[in-house]
Design a binder for this molecule. Structure first.
Ligand SMILES: [Zn+2]
Length: 114
């Protein structure tokens, strides 16, 4: 159900963009999807097809760029990409704290045919 409300927002954004640019159709919508966001791009596409039907946004291909989750190491003062099943800093081995990056999901770009 996560994807449904998200997709409603995406369709609205794409509709607005298509109308503003006077687009004939929307070709592609690229999303930035955090690896911890729990968003399944295939689900988004399914909902998108349903929700955008009959609107200016219909027919677009949904593409997703994965955003890696990052952690911050207090002692090294640096941010690093989280390895699978590990929270350790690659330099000192201390446990990093989540930065919040990797939870996001937003529209990165929209490709229109004008
Ligand atoms: Zn460190």
């Amino acid at each position: 159900m996560h994807e449904l409300s998200l997709t409603q927002r995406i369709v609205r954004i794409v509709c607005d963009a298509a109308q503003k640019e006077n687009a004939r159709r929307v070709l592609k919508v690229t999303l930035a999807v955090g690896e911890d966001s729990g968003i399944v791009p295939d689900c988004v596409q399914t909902y998108y097809d349903l929700l955008s039907d009959g609107t200016a946004a219909q027919g677009a291909l949904i593409e997703a760029n994965t955003v890696c989750a990052t952690l911050y190491c207090e002692s090294c003062k640096m941010e690093f990409e989280r390895a699978r099943f590990s929270f350790s800093c690659p330099d000192c081995g201390a446990e990093g704290t989540p930065t919040g990056k990797g939870n996001e999901c937003y529209v990165e770009s929209i490709e229109l045919e004008t």
